[in-house]
Design a protein around this ligand. Structure first.
Ligand code: EZ4
Ligand code: CO
Length: 401
């Protein structure tokens, strides 16, 4: 079999997605996700100008060799643009291989390790009452695990802490600027989970995302203060470029830790995994560079009792979610899958065979990863420039978020 064409699509059915479609001389096609929220066009240029010409004429069965070629052969390794671009190709190649084998992707990876994947969804509110009500509504719908975020008294709405802000709500197609106060957040957050346990009981898993906004010692404080409420995890407590910082958090708290949604390679997670400084690895098929390298991360994690918690926000396309579901179905050390759902128009453009029932995800049983991309429909939703927000302290200092 030979690769005859590789097409790149950018569409915005609710939000921007970058999609790779690989064609072969035997008529089989494969689909991959290469979305990088806020920097979509950089990935498109990387793919169209630099990767597509390399791929034409190659044997799509040689997934490992193609991945090594694109990763090592670039000389300039790693980085979100590079790895999202390689991921789009890698997912499409696995899709082709699984279709050629007539197997669902998880079967090709080694077969199912479980019957269903527990997933969690997002509950947000402008205050504690609203956030806890939103969590209750999700539990009513059958979810067994819920991430809860609430607006912070004394601060205007902040991304990820209040349901009124979303990551597509840029102003005039430029990044929106938001305010952050660590002391206000640290005072307020334990009360959110106290209220959540009082209202929702103990028979549900509660999660929380800090969005990288703390320092290690502040994260240690929050982890300790949240211990009575037995969180499933505290996510992205600090910016993790400085991996050793997790030693300090870990030394102080038994609240389980999850990190890694912005990681691109196994090197970003190596120390965290091998020193058992985290409990869940959040890397995801698209930003990790595809199924080929993420499977390697999962196996390394398994050796050290670290489980998966693949990033699954709605700014990764349903193709990425499908790949995560197949990987999770196989992974012996699966933990949980994030699932925030998609707008209807996105699910029309990316029709999928995975399903969500009663708080659990199930892969499709057909060949491949099971997601089809409707090119004609996609063309009706052109790209719209949009950014994630930017965060400043109250004195104007630019901050992490
Ligand atoms: O902010 O996907 O856990 N989920 C998250 C997401 C991320 C976005 C970034 O593009 O943190 O909402
Ligand atoms: Co997150």
């Amino acid at each position: 079999m030979k690769i005859t064409d590789v097409k790149i699509f950018v569409c915005s059915p609710g939000r921007n997605f970058v999609t790779v479609k690989i064609h072969t001389d035997e008529g089989l096609t494969g689909i991959g996700d290469a979305t990088l929220n806020g920097r979509e066009k950089a990935v498109v240029a990387y793919l169209e100008d630099h990767l597509v010409p390399i791929l034409i004429g190659r044997d799509p069965a040689r997934i490992e060799d193609i991945w090594q070629y694109l990763y090592r052969g670039a000389y300039w390794r790693r980085g979100p643009v590079t790895m999202a671009a390689i991921a789009g190709i890698d997912m499409a190649l696995w899709d082709i291989k699984a279709k050629a084998a007539g197997m669902p992707l998880y079967d090709l990876l080694g077969g199912a390790s479980r019957d269903r994947l527990m997933c969690y969804s997002h509950a947000q509110g402008s205050d504690i009452g609203e956030a806890v009500d939103a969590a209750g509504a999700l539990i009513e719908k059958g979810y067994r695990a819920v991430r809860i975020q609430a607006g912070i008294p004394g601060l205007p709405p902040v991304y990820g802490a209040d349901g009124t802000t979303t990551n597509t709500a840029s102003e005039n197609n430029l990044p929106r600027e938001e305010l952050w106060s660590t002391s206000k957040y640290l005072r307020h957050t334990p009360g959110l989970f106290e209220a959540a346990r009082n209202a929702l009981g103990w028979d549900v898993e509660l999660l929380h995302d800090v969005h990288h906004r703390l320092t290690p010692i502040e994260a240690a404080r929050l982890g300790k203060d949240l211990e009575p409420f037995r969180l499933f995890w505290m996510e992205d407590a600090v910016a993790a470029e400085y991996q050793e910082g997790f030693r300090q958090i870990r030394a102080h708290t038994t609240t389980p830790l999850a990190v890694g949604e912005v990681f691109n390679t196994i090197w970003d997670a190596r120390l965290l995994i091998t020193e058992q400084l985290i409990d869940y690895i959040r890397m995801t098929s698209v930003h990790a560079g595809g199924i080929t390298p993420l499977r390697r991360v999962v196996d390394l994690a398994g050796v050290y009792n670290v489980r998966t918690g693949f990033h699954g926000a709605m700014d990764m396309s349903p193709v990425c979610l499908a790949c995560n579901i197949h990987l999770g179905y196989w992974a012996p050390n699966f933990g949980i899958q994030e699932y925030s759902g998609y707008p209807d128009e996105a699910l029309e453009v990316f029709s999928g065979t995975w399903t969500m029932r009663e708080g659990h995800l199930y892969p499709g049983q057909g060949p491949g990863h099971g997601v089809e991309f409707n090119e004609e429909l996609a063309a009706r939703y052109p790209y719209e420039r949009s950014y994630l927000p930017v965060n400043r302290l109250e004195d104007g200092t630019l901050w992490h978020w």
